[in-house]
Each structure stands twice: as C-alpha cells, then as structure tokens.
Design a protein around this ligand. Structure first.
Ligand SMILES: [Zn+2]
Length: 241
C-alpha cells in the first residue's frame, strides 16, 4: 500500500483537455501521476481514456483510469501497447480523448435531469458511449417513454445553469440527509466534497463530471423503461444522432 496522492484536476477543471504531470507510481502497465485530468471509473461513469506523451516524443494510449483499491487517493492509468522506458520521476504530458469525455459529461448531467422527473431513490447508474441509464427503487412508473423524452428535451432547451460547489465534510453530513442518489457519492476522505446543482432542478453531492449548462446536452430519447425485479425500474436514455 502506498500513501501517494493524485490531485484530481477534473473536479475543478472539467473542460481542460491536457495537463503536465510527474509519474509517482508504476506497476507493470499502470501509472500513477501527481495530478490528473483523467476521471477514474466510478458512480456509473466510465474511466477516461486518451494519450500520454513522453519527453522524447513517444506517444502511448491510456485505455482506462481507476482508483487504487486500498489507497483511494491514488489514481491509476492503464497503458496500451508501447509503454517501455517510463519511470517514476519522469515528466509526461497527457491528453484526454475529449469526444468520449464530453459525451460522458453531457449524459451524466442529463441523468441529473432524469432524477428530477422521477420521485424515487436511485439504486444504480451506468454511463458510456452516448447512452445512460438509472435504476429506481420504484414499483411502477407513472410516466411513459414519450413523456420522459419530452420533459428532458424541454429542460435541455431551458438552458439551465449547472453549478459546482465544494463543501466541508461537516456540511456534507447535513447534505447527505437530502440525498436520493447514493450511486455517485464523492469520496468521504476528501477535504472538500463536490455538490452539483442543476439550478432549481436537482442538487446532489456527486463525484462525476458535468457540463456548465443544460444547453450543451444533445437531444435525447428515452429508449426503454424496463422492469428489473418487483421494486426496480430501469430507465435508459440515448442521444439522438
Ligand atoms: Zn453527477
């Protein structure tokens, strides 16, 4: 176990696409940096992918990002082929696959809008490749797919601001009492916890990445409402091409 920490740049700079960092941990094809813009898989959102460039110009693909199992402050980047010669202490430049990340930011924010339409606790979440779904602890949905589609696109067209605010761990305890969506809780060990508010619509502590305004979200369609057990309804969305 290591005590190393990767500063999560994605929390405060979700629109930045590249960054410089130093390698602080290495284990086979896994690298830990002192800072990173790459979001580690969590809360249903996929880990970021992209590229790493060494000072000699060698370029290597980063195929996954995740937190260390025991030291949750350390973020690992899994490398693709051709990662020879990288050492702890090396300086690197890394760049996000922005189209994949931005799609995740848009869908993640869209799922906050979906939360605001359904009055039930969220028990699961999945986001990736322009699709997203939430599981609700709910015996029956009163809304149809068409109604959900219409309401979501109306909220997107309303150009609602999405605010990110950092709160202290004490405030977090109070905020937790209000939370319906326990799938994407930010790490409790943090000095500050990220609160996301889609103004007047939804407020949650959330560790994911979000857009600044609902106007950025693409037109969406509610693809299905599935029955997953007596007390569970799964609602799936995808962006219209
Ligand atoms: Zn979120």
């Amino acid at each position: 176990m290591t005590s190393h920490t990767s500063t999560p740049l994605f929390d405060e700079q979700p629109y930045e696409r590249s960054f410089k960092a130093t390698i602080i941990e290495k284990c086979d094809n896994l690298l830990g940096f002192d800072r990173t813009l790459f979001y580690p898989v969590g809360g249903g959102q996929q880990g970021d992918v992209g590229y790493l460039t060494q000072t000699n110009g060698n370029r290597t693909r980063i195929v996954d990002t995740f937190r260390d199992d025991t030291n949750r402050s350390l973020i690992w980047h899994r490398l693709g082929e051709g990662h020879e010669g990288l050492r702890v202490g090396d300086a690197i430049v890394a760049e996000l696959d922005w189209s994949a990340r931005y799609l995740n930011m848009k869908m993640h924010t869209c799922l906050h809008l979906l939360c605001s339409l359904i009055d039930a606790p969220v028990t699961g979440c999945s986001i990736g490749q322009g699709k997203g779904r939430l599981d609700f602890d709910l015996p029956e949905t009163t809304l149809t797919k068409e109604q959900i589609t219409e309401s979501l696109n109306a909220l997107i067209a309303d150009r609602i601001e999405v605010e990110t605010r950092l709160i202290s761990p004490n405030e977090y305890d109070t905020a937790l009492a209000l939370v319906r969506n326990r799938y994407a809780l930010p790490p409790r060990s943090a000095n500050a916890v990220k609160m996301i508010e889609v103004r007047g619509i939804d407020i949650q502590p959330c560790g994911g990445t979000h857009v600044r305004n609902t106007a950025e979200i693409d037109r969406v369609v509610c693809e299905k409402i599935e029955k997953k057990g007596r007390q569970n309804r799964r609602i799936g969305l995808r962006f219209v091409d």
